[in-house]
Design a protein around this ligand. Structure first.
Ligand SMILES: Cc1cc2nc3c(=O)[nH]c(=O)nc-3n(C[C@H](O)[C@H](O)[C@H](O)COP(=O)(O)OP(=O)(O)OC[C@H]3O[C@@H](n4cnc5c(N)ncnc54)[C@H](O)[C@@H]3O)c2cc1C
Length: 471
């Protein structure tokens, strides 16, 4: 390998790997630089191990539910936490190995070092420098760690080290109930761990609609201990930590800090690029091209802080890879936003959130449904949930939704695809709903929205033969 490349990619996570696949279609003169742990955040410490733990916790919880169904002559589950964690790691390793094995095909392009910008075309790798016509930054993100708590480091857990635990602590405080905090907090509660969760507000799992936030808060408060306020660590003694919020305090063995993630750009030398950086040390990135100002540099995945989710990192890798390997930067249409939290019930924000609609002063109507009286949900003993749908006031187009609902991950996809297909609320009502299914829980919200909007709606949620489009 020389030291002059058409394209250099910093970071071999999901965004970096999809960027590589795109770049390799156009040039063989590229390099991927990564000095950290290989295998991607998603597979090693993110989506996959967290969902593996959630599946185990849900299975244990189902055993408890069986009693409500009259199946009582059986032992309640007694999770062996060491075995649980080892099962999670086994699955995690399988996903990580799959990623690493795939990297074997092109390992001659991989340099196992950290990179730092000297200028827009030059990277310092510690003991060598390399030049690249175009560079992709795909360095991911890392957990926020407030400096004031660094002296308690041996008690603190982050998603980066949580899955390395040989067993689970008996008592744990969780600071932050965004997607990661609520998912792990509930899973640990279901596994019999004493969890004390603290959230600075009711925006659990990233919800922004105050009505859904309140419903979610009431729902999860019945399932786990949640305190709204600011969490503090008071001190340590005899291997235990004392934590507090409002006028309450708890003694715990560990604290999981899930108060957010930030782009991993520290030490990357972005200050040497000659473009303005904001208060977080971030340059301005164009959302459609992912280009930094007019530099030959593109930023993809969690590193740019725009849409820190797996499928978005994958899309952004493709965009950055395409543009870095082309002579001109193309602007790509982004997919309809979709964020799902694998709590129980699921939480989802689809399309435009309530907050973004309010911020843009959009003219919209709201439809609302509730899962408490839905037949199928009652049978499944999961009849809790609320769904709020947002549609254009003047045209009835579906704009977005926020929900907490049983199996909401699937409902969220249906809504997302309806938005992507540019459907009106009335269009959705004209499609069949089998009975009894959880999708029936969406209907009232769509009816509300169709009724409230000024869009033309069929009289009976069905088209007359003479109005149907043929062909
Ligand atoms: C606990 C948890 C659960 C999650 N669950 C979900 C989920 O269910 N669904 C979902 O969509 N998303 C989820 N996410 C988010 C998802 O994992 C991320 O959005 C995605 O993995 C980001 O991919 P990336 O390529 O941007 O970064 P990464 O995969 O983190 O890759 C970044 C790479 O850059 C390397 N690097 C960093 N700095 C340098 C440097 N200076 N030089 C060289 N290399 C460097 C690192 O070693 C790393 O390999 C979760 C995240 C966490 C933490």
């Amino acid at each position: 390998m020389g030291n002059r490349f058409d394209v250099a990619i910093i970071g071999a996570g999901t965004a970096g790997l999809t960027a590589r696949a795109e770049v390799s279609k156009r040039t063989e003169n590229y390099v991927v630089i990564d000095g950290g742990t290989l295998g991607t955040t998603c597979a090693s410490v993110g989506c996959m191990p967290s969902k593996a733990l959630i599946e185990i916790a849900n299975a244990a919880h189902k055993q408890v539910l069986l009693r409500n169904f009259g199946i009582s002559d059986m032992d309640l589950p007694h999770p062996d936490n060491a075995k649980v964690m080892s099962h999670v790691r086994r699955l995690r390793d399988r996903f990580v190995d799959g990623v690493i094995k795939d990297m074997d095909r092109w390992k001659k392009h991989l340099i196992r070092k950290n990179a730092r910008f000297i200028d827009a075309n030059t990277l310092d790798l510690g003991d060598e420098r390399l030049l690249a016509d175009r560079i992709i930054i795909a360095t991911g993100s890392k957990s926020v760690m407030p400096e004031r708590w660094s002296r308690y480091r041996r008690y603190l857990l982050f998603s980066e080290d949580f899955f390395e635990l040989e067993s689970l602590p008996r008592r744990i405080a969780i600071f932050g109930l965004g997607p990661n905090g609520i998912e792990l907090g509930q899973a640990l509660t279901q596994l019999g761990i004493e969890v004390f969760a603290i959230s600075k507000n009711k925006a659990l799992g990233g919800l922004t609609d105050p009505d859904v936030q309140e419903y979610a808060f009431q729902t999860f408060s019945k399932k786990m201990s949640i305190e709204i306020g600011s969490g503090e660590i008071l001190g340590e003694s005899d291997g235990e930590l004392s934590v507090a919020c409002n006028d309450k305090s708890w003694t715990v063995d560990r604290v999981l800090l899930a108060i957010g993630r930030q782009p991993a750009v520290e030490g990357l030398g972005l200050e040497n690029l000659g473009v303005p950086l904001d208060g977080r040390g971030m340059p301005r990135v164009d959302e459609g091209t992912l280009q930094i100002e007019n530099l030959p540099i593109f930023m993809a995945g969690d590193a740019n802080g725009i849409r820190p989710l797996l499928h978005e990192a994958s899309d952004e890798g493709r965009i950055a890879g395409h543009n870095a390997a082309s002579s001109e930067s193309a602007c790509f249409e982004r997919r309809v936003p979709l964020q799902i939290v694998f709590s129980n019930p699921n939480i989802a924000v689809v399309g435009q959130s309530f907050a973004s609609l309010m911020e843009s002063e959009a003219d919209f109507v709201i439809g609302e449904s509730n899962y408490e009286h839905l037949g199928r949900a009652i049978m499944m003993d999961c009849n809790e949930g609320m769904f709020r749908l947002y549609a254009g006031k003047h045209d009835g187009y579906i704009l977005g939704a926020e929900l907490i609902a049983p199996h909401g991950e699937h409902l969220a996809h249906l809504i997302n695809w309806s938005i992507g297909s540019q459907l009106h609320a009335a269009d959705v009502l004209s499609m069949p709903l089998y009975h009894p299914v959880l999708e029936e829980g969406l209907r009232k919200a769509f009816r509300d929205a169709a009724r409230e909007s000024a869009a033309i709606k069929p009289q009976h949620e069905m088209l007359r033969c003479e109005d149907a489009i043929v062909g």
